[in-house]
Design a protein around this ligand. Structure first.
Ligand code: SIN
Ligand code: CO
Length: 373
């Protein structure tokens, strides 16, 4: 079965009432989450390309963070309880995991960051904290006890810890336990603390991408610098300077009014599309496991690699920060490929004219898509 999530309410109602506003517990809203098993997850954490963390501590011991890659011995040396292994961007490495993201089609794909998967022994957790982005926490295996607290911000007091941003205190406002298939949506900033209630606790976190406005501005500006118009500053309506040593407010406004339209230039938009289509991790060298994809979607004939982030903008397709200007005959195929991650022969056949076939062959060659024959 493919991994899936379903909102238990209409998307308009979810977005209007909860999105970025209120936490929501959704019982039995997800399934098909039994792959990867903990052994495969642990083996990812041995790989130096994969971002992984091991957090130990909690009630009985001091919190401690270690970064991967790990070796078998560090796993063997783990205590009976109170630890958790977190593997970031599993969807990038295991294409079959990325299929879950098709369930989030009520959001634009560029807004999704990645899927982190945690495996915890009883008592394991990452401590009381808040995240700056929205997250859907999906219980895949075992049970996790959750406590939610107030909304936090940069003024919230943190414990002094060299590696972990733990809340100094977290007044508990809500408390519940999630079992397999249950989903907790958290808006940015909500304090939360999840503790594994049994020794085989697997939680998938679908994290949203929340780029800082200043980073977006920098990405847009970088492209404008490369390719944007060279608009010289003009001031033919100038009055005599009152104080030549000062940057006058009216000059500041004039400069801002000259600079601002650059944000509407095609170059700035390309800069934005480039960052929005850049994945968190480079992972195309991880092989697609055709057997797993077939098990998830029996009539699949093509799949997008989990490490390929795709975006369509205007007359271009973007994949992993690179762009392809589209010929008219290629657009329908590119739109289909950007809209979801796994494709049947029947869905693709009507779109594959000569131009489209050529583009798809190029993208297969690049490793962005994998045929399942
Ligand atoms: C976890 O999976 O251990 C918790 C993730 C989180 O609280 O953000
Ligand atoms: Co969190």
């Amino acid at each position: 079965m493919r991994p899936w999530f379903r909102l238990p309410l209409p998307a308009e109602d979810f977005l209007g009432r909860y999105w970025q506003k209120e936490p929501l517990v959704m019982r039995a809203a997800a399934g098909g989450l039994d792959h990867p098993d903990p052994d495969l997850l642990a083996s990812l954490a041995l790989d130096e390309e994969v971002e992984s963390r091991l957090i130990t501590g909690g009630k009985t011991a001091e919190w401690r963070l270690r970064h991967g890659p790990f070796d078998e011995d560090s796993f063997r040396a783990l205590p009976q309880r109170d630890w958790t292994l977190l593997v970031q961007s599993v969807d990038h490495y295991l294409t079959e995991v990325s299929l879950l993201l098709d369930s989030f089609a009520f959001l634009p794909a560029w807004r999704l960051e990645d899927i982190m998967i945690s495996y915890a022994a009883a008592g394991g957790g990452v401590g009381p904290h808040f995240d700056r982005y929205d997250v859907f926490l999906i219980q895949a295996r075992g049970r996790r006890h959750w406590q939610l607290g107030p909304v936090c911000d940069e003024h919230t007091r943190l414990r002094s810890h060299p590696d972990l941003s733990l809340l100094e205190e977290m007044p508990v406002e809500e408390e519940f336990e999630l079992g397999p298939g249950d989903v907790l949506y958290l808006p940015p900033g909500v304090a939360h603390h999840g503790v594994a209630a049994d020794s085989d606790c697997v939680t998938w976190s679908v994290g949203l991408r929340a780029p800082a406005a200043r980073d977006l501005l920098a990405a847009m500006a970088a492209e404008v610098l490369e390719e944007g118009p060279e608009t010289p500053l003009a001031d033919r309506d100038r009055a005599p300077a009152r104080d030549p040593g000062v940057l006058a407010d009216e000059d500041y406004r004039r400069i801002r009014d000259t600079v601002a339209p650059l944000l509407d230039s095609p170059a700035a938009r390309r800069g934005l599309a480039r960052v929005c289509s850049t994945p968190r991790q480079y992972a195309l060298d991880f092989a697609v496991d055709n057997r797993q994809i077939r098990a998830a979607v029996p009539d699949a004939s093509l799949v997008r690699h989990g490490g390929a982030r795709m975006l369509l903008d205007d007359d271009r397709a973007w994949i992993n920060g690179q762009d392809w200007p589209l010929r008219p005959g290629q657009r329908a195929l590119a739109a289909r490929l950007a809209g979801s991650r796994v494709y049947t022969r029947e869905a693709l056949r009507p779109l594959l004219n000569t131009d489209a076939r050529e583009l798809l062959d190029e993208w297969i060659e690049e490793g962005f898509f994998a045929p399942l024959e």
